[in-house]
Design a protein around this ligand. Structure first.
Ligand code: ADP
Length: 339
């Protein structure tokens, strides 16, 4: 696969503080990539660099293998960023979606392109095109904003928290619109979301940022502190219900631990003679099919944490897992990685 965009040795500073430091990151053409990370981890900074709205203080950005520097104006047409709080023009839905095309002088087939974009986000043009910006629900407004980006058929579409303030129905329509943009126009997508269940369902891979650095690809559990250093040389994290999570290694109290869902084992009863340091009781809350691996991500609520395990559909059936079921999670202390 060819890379649509590649970052090499990219550093972005605000004053003398490093907000983002990416040694290497590559976005393959036509992929749907998730981006996660706590507040302040550099997600917006990265989005702005990828959208050519800001330039890096150091390093190079390649677009389809060629240096982007020097042709940023032209490349801005290839990339579109949709911010968390969509800005709609105080006009009709039609005018909002048509605006970008008009600005670009692409007036041919204007109506049919706008209609197509509206339909792709589940809005019937006959019902919605003439509505004014204030006659929309939050989810509809978000979908109009998305349609106004999709109509431009960008090569790269960056979506910042596209489902943050929308209803479930809109979230699933946005999911479908993302898949359709990739299928119909080969659009590459980068999606930032705190809604991990939604994100892991739609994204084929997930990039995690922490402290401005890329930590890992693939869905991960992230466990924040406070961690307490114990005498036995392990770190302990007390969960809301009193259960204790144990992780080996050394880290400070505020460190963030990453845990691969494949190293979380689900069991129906309390197993005997396990070598795993962690045996945590929890409740299955959600099950999602993961496109990329063909496996099932099982989210389990454990004392205020949501931990995800990756299972084959065979074991999901064998264990008879379903939301609401009480289960045990077995996790080795050495399975945690410190970010
Ligand atoms: P996120 O989107 O993940 O919340 P940001 O990219 O907004 O993170 O921020 C990364 C870091 O850069 C944070 O520490 C933030 O305080 C800092 N930062 C972001 N924008 C600015 C700015 N305009 N001036 C100074 N610092 C900033």
């Amino acid at each position: 696969m060819t890379a649509l965009m590649e970052l090499h040795g990219v550093v972005r500073r605000y004053g003398d503080r490093v907000a983002l430091k990416v040694d290497h990151l590559s976005l393959e053409e036509g992929r749907i990539v998730g981006l996660v990370g706590p507040n302040g981890s550099g997600k917006t900074t990265l989005l702005r660099l990828l959208a050519f709205l800001d330039r890096p203080d150091e390093g190079t950005i390649l677009f389809r293998g060629e240096e982007a520097q020097g042709r940023r104006e032209a490349l801005r047409r290839e990339v579109t960023l949709l911010l968390q709080e969509p800005f709609l023009l105080k006009r009709s839905v039609f005018e909002n979606v048509a605006y970008g095309l008009k600005l670009r002088g692409e007036k041919e087939h204007l109506k049919s392109r706008v209609d197509e974009a509206l339909r792709s986000v589940g809005l019937d043009p006959a019902r919605f095109a003439r509505r004014l910006w204030f006659q929309l629900s939050g989810g509809e407004a978000q979908r109009v904003a998305l349609a106004s980006r999709l109509v431009l058929r960008p090569r790269l579409l960056l979506l910042d928290e596209p489902t943050a303030s929308v209803d479930l129905h809109s979230a699933s329509l946005i999911h479908e619109a993302v898949l359709r943009a990739r299928r119909d126009w080969g659009t590459t997508l980068l999606l930032v979301s705190h809604d991990l269940a939604w994100l892991y369902d739609v994204a084929e891979e997930v990039v995690a940022l922490y402290g401005g650095r890329v930590s890992e690809r693939g869905p991960e559990n992230l466990v924040a502190g406070p961690w307490i250093q114990s005498k036995e040389g392990v770190l302990k994290r007390r969960l809301d219900d009193g259960q204790i999570l144990v992780a080996s290694g050394s880290a400070d109290a505020k460190a963030l631990a990453a845990l691969d869902p494949s190293s979380v084992v689900v069991s129906l009863d309390r197993p005997q003679g396990t070598s795993a340091r962690n045996l945590l009781k929890g409740t299955v809350s959600q099950m999602t099919y993961e496109n990329a691996s063909g496996r099932v991500l099982v989210k389990v609520l454990v004392g205020g944490l949501a931990l995800t395990a990756r299972l084959t559909d065979h074991s999901v059936r064998e264990l008879g897992l379903h939301p609401g079921l009480e289960v045990f999670l077995l996790i080795k202390a050495s399975a945690f990685r410190w970010l």
